[in-house]
Write a protein that binds this ligand. Structure first.
Ligand code: GRF
Length: 209
């Protein structure tokens, strides 16, 4: 992030669906947990994503950029152009259901975050909550990480832990994790925007340490 004093950070959020993490970020910006920041655009690759309406209700600009016949790279270039046109300096993936190619990763390296509903590196990919339940782990949670070329494998910024209960279903476990996601994502974004970290190898450590 830039060191300029009093700069308002410009966030872009990419979604494909429900948008509850996007809303949690919007609330954190509004309530000052994420300081000196604004969500300037919410981009969805699906026209019917419920999160689009939620974003519009918050007064946030929404864009639908579907992939249609274009290649993955062409689609991403369209998104990058829209983000750059709005001077976005941090991209938050929030239930964005597409794998990003090196084209996007390069454009926003160290400036793209993702949230995943497991304690990575356990259970990357789809259906992380079901994977955890079926594996039989007793604890799971959520992870906010920088996005790199690996699937859910970039350096970890923040994790929250929840228990797996004997009578859990995918739905009850997902709800318990989601409540923590809504705390972890704002905390991670606030920290990244403050520049309060140093990267040592894969480890995201406190700067002041
Ligand atoms: C969340 O569980 C998130 O961890 C995962 O996709 C889900 C998105 O939910 N990447 P929402 O759209 O933010 O409600």
């Amino acid at each position: 992030m830039s060191d300029e004093a009093n700069e308002i950070h410009r966030l872009g959020v990419l979604i494909s669906g429900r948008g509850s993490n996007m809303l949690a970020l919007a609330r954190a910006v509004r309530e000052g947990e994420i300081r000196e920041a604004q969500i300037v655009v919410v981009v969805s690759d699906r026209a019917n994503a419920p999160g689009l309406k939620l974003a519009a209700e918050q007064g946030i600009e929404t864009l639908v950029i579907e992939r249609r016949a274009s290649s993955r790279e062409e689609h991403e270039r369209e998104i990058i152009a829209a983000l750059r046109a709005r001077h976005v300096d941090l991209v938050c993936l929030a239930g964005y259901m597409r794998l990003l190619s090196p084209v996007f990763i390069e454009a926003y390296r160290w400036r793209t975050l993702n949230i995943h509903p497991s304690l990575l590196p356990s259970f990357p990919g789809l259906d992380a909550q079901r994977q955890a339940l079926e594996h039989g782990v007793k604890w799971t949670g959520c992870t906010v990480h920088f996005v790199d070329e690996t699937l859910d494998g970039g350096p970890i910024i923040e994790q929250r832990v929840v228990p797996v209960l004997d009578d859990d279903t995918v739905e009850t476990l997902s709800a318990r994790i989601l409540a923590q996601e809504h705390k972890a994502y704002p905390a991670a974004v606030a920290r990244v925007l403050r520049g309060d970290f140093q990267l040592i190898g894969r480890r995201v450590l406190l700067k002041s340490r």
